[in-house]
Design a protein around this ligand. Structure first.
Ligand SMILES: [Zn+2]
Length: 96
C-alpha cells in the first residue's frame, strides 16, 4: 500500500506543479516544466518566505511582506499563485 501511495504521489508531482497546480503539458506549451517547478515555483522559496516573515520584525515589513503576513494571519493563501504562472499568464485557464 505504501509503495502504491508513493507511486501515486510521485506521478502527481511529476504531472502537476505543487504550487500552482497547473499541468505539465500546459506549462510546457510555453516553457520548461522542470525550470518552472525548480525555479519559478520552487516550494522551498514559499516555505523560506513564510519563515522569513515569522523571523522579521513586522515594523520592517515591505508592502508585499505586510500583505502576505496579513493574509497568512487570516489563514488565507490568496497570495499563492493557484492556477496562475507567469509563463501562462496570457492564457485563459479553465482547469478546475
Ligand atoms: Zn507552478
Amino acid at each position: 500500500m505504501l509503495i502504491e501511495e508513493k507511486r501515486d504521489r510521485d506521478k502527481l508531482l511529476n504531472e502537476y506543479c505543487f504550487i500552482c497546480g497547473l499541468q505539465r503539458a500546459m506549462i510546457e506549451e510555453n516553457g520548461d516544466f522542470e525550470i518552472h517547478r525548480n525555479e519559478e515555483h520552487n516550494p522551498w522559496n514559499y516555505i523560506f518566505f513564510v519563515r522569513h516573515l515569522k523571523e522579521k520584525n513586522p515594523r520592517e515589513y515591505s508592502i508585499i511582506e505586510k500583505y502576505v503576513a496579513n493574509e497568512n494571519e487570516k489563514e488565507s493563501h490568496i497570495w499563492v499563485p493557484l492556477k496562475r504562472a507567469m509563463c501562462v499568464r496570457d492564457k485563459i485557464i479553465l482547469q478546475d
